[in-house]
Design a protein around this ligand. Structure first.
Ligand SMILES: *Cc1c(COP(=O)(O)O)cnc(C)c1O
Length: 230
């Protein structure tokens, strides 16, 4: 059943790529497995998926020990500074950097394990009070400051668009983020690339791909609805 869901998502990704003349290889599908048991992750792993997204440090720590070592773990949720040390060695990409203080802590922990950790800057493009992320106007300054930390590498931007019934309602936000990333890339800041745009979830990933997403984060569309009451 999960394999069928995944096939449908893959088909949709292909459709969106064709519409915009993009190559399928330009887009990475991150399967968002938060709250889901490792048996389900294993099922999707067996279908060939190697990128999984989680929003809690504890869940990454528990799941990584029970699953194959070649999984790329994506930290997509709000990250507390005191928990960076628990995942620093195990995450392929941290999507949710939105303050200098958090970046500083990631830098300290990365240095300890002698690695350069790739991160994205989370932008709150719709200025929703309930969401984390920095405003569009402050992004360039934050990128510039973080670029001076030598054990972190900024690889792009991430955004969580509003929850909407009609994905077309988010198209303008995705465009805005794309424009912002092009503007920042044009500054040629040392130690900064804008190669990655992490945007698009179950409700709107096709529109996000049409507007330039290179990572889409799909949870419900693959694993089904989440139950937070268990
Ligand atoms: C939960 C979550 C997703 C996946 O959401 P779905 O609507 O289930 O696809 C994507 N990105 C982030 C940051 C999330 O927290």
């Amino acid at each position: 059943m999960l394999a069928d869901n995944l096939r449908q998502v893959e088909e949709n990704i292909n459709t969106a790529c064709i519409r915009r003349g993009r190559k399928r290889e330009e887009i990475t599908l991150v399967a968002v497995s938060k709250t889901k048991p490792v048996t389900m992750l294993q099922e999707i792993y067996d279908c060939g998926i190697r990128n999984f997204g989680e929003n809690k440090v504890q869940e990454i720590c528990e799941k990584r020990d029970e699953l194959p070592k070649d999984i790329n773990w994506h930290m997509i949720g709000h990250l507390q500074r005191n928990k960076v040390k628990y995942i620093i060695g195990d995450v392929a990409l941290i999507h949710s950097v939105d303050t200098y203080r958090l970046a500083e802590e990631i830098n300290i922990q990365a240095k300890k394990i002698k690695r350069i950790v790739p991160v994205l800057i989370e932008v709150n493009i719709a200025r929703e009070a309930t969401k984390f992320g920095i405003s569009r106007e402050e992004t360039l300054q934050l990128v510039t400051e973080i670029s001076k930390l030598d054990s972190i590498r900024i690889e792009g931007l991430m955004t969580i668009a509003p929850f909407v019934e009609n994905p077309e309602d988010n198209r303008a936000y995705f465009r805005e983020i794309k424009e912002l990333s092009v503007d920042i890339a044009a500054k040629n800041i040392d130690n900064v690339s804008m190669d990655i745009l992490s945007m698009g979830m179950t409700g709107d990933y096709m529109v996000a791909i049409e507007e330039g997403a290179t990572i889409v984060r799909v949870g419900t569309g693959i694993f089904g609805a989440r139950n937070y009451n268990k």
